[in-house]
Design a protein around this ligand. Structure first.
Ligand SMILES: Cc1cc2nc3c(=O)[nH]c(=O)nc-3n(C[C@H](O)[C@H](O)[C@H](O)COP(=O)(O)O)c2cc1C
Length: 211
């Protein structure tokens, strides 16, 4: 791959703008080829790295028994959130939880190391060195008609997940992407505020372009 190909901006922007969560319109029966996942991971590791260097590790879970255990933990976090915090669970979120064990590949984006407990700059650097690769992974999947959802629910039960996946101490789990080929999913742009409303020039709150 060369780095100086003329870019097809429309396609690039389409991928960037339509990497929606896909929780239901997924092909649960079609396996995801390891080579395709390797290609996506090779894209994702082009993300910026912090001082920790390439401390990312991608745990791809395809084993039915382990997926079942992970899905059980996921559902129990969801139930806790509902019970303890009275959080309303959307039907799409419920659908994903109900069928999580059937998703062909669950990808945990992990970082070797742990964020410092009381130092904001260190925490920003820690997560800033891993989450860009996770988002690039989601985009690379999207470009190949693979659907995923950005999930962090399981990070509250890192120890349980570590036990199931034999993750050693000192490794931080960040997002988990449940990945499958999409089936009839409509990948549209989301409703978002316009750039002019969220962009300030030179001083906080100043929306007037200086030029
Ligand atoms: C930090 C973060 C954590 C999230 N965790 C979960 C999750 O654990 N499970 C889930 O179903 N959705 C989760 N979501 C929500 C979806 O990934 C998604 O962003 C949301 O449903 C909006 O849909 P869209 O991607 O189509 O815009 C999370 C989103 C963010 C930003």
């Amino acid at each position: 791959m060369t780095d100086d190909l003329p870019l097809d901006i429309a396609s690039v922007d389409q991928v960037l703008s339509t990497a929606r969560s896909v929780r239901r319109k997924l092909d649960f029966d079609r396996p995801v080829e390891p080579e395709v996942l390797f290609d996506c991971i090779n894209v994702s590791t082009q993300a910026p790295t912090g001082l920790g260097g390439e401390n990312w590790r991608f745990m791809v879970v395809t084993d039915p028994a382990r997926k079942t255990q992970i899905a059980d933990v996921y559902r129990s976090v969801l139930a806790d959130l509902q019970r303890a915090r009275g959080l309303e669970i959307k039907s799409t979120q419920r659908s994903l939880a109900d069928r999580l064990h059937e998703i062909p590949a669950l990808i945990f984006v992990c970082a070797i190391g742990e964020p410092p407990a009381d130092e904001v700059a260190g925490q920003v650097a820690f997560y800033g060195s891993i989450l860009p690769s996770a988002w690039s992974l989601m985009l690379a999947l999207r470009a190949r008609s693979l659907g995923a959802t950005w999930t962090t629910l399981l990070s509250s039960r890192q120890e349980d997940v570590s036990r199931i996946l034999e993750v050693p101490d000192g490794v931080t789990q960040t997002v988990m992407l449940p990945v499958a080929y999409t089936k009839g999913a409509k990948m549209r742009r989301a409703e978002r505020l316009d750039a002019r409303e969220v962009t300030f020039w030179n001083a906080w709150g100043n929306q007037k372009h200086p030029g």
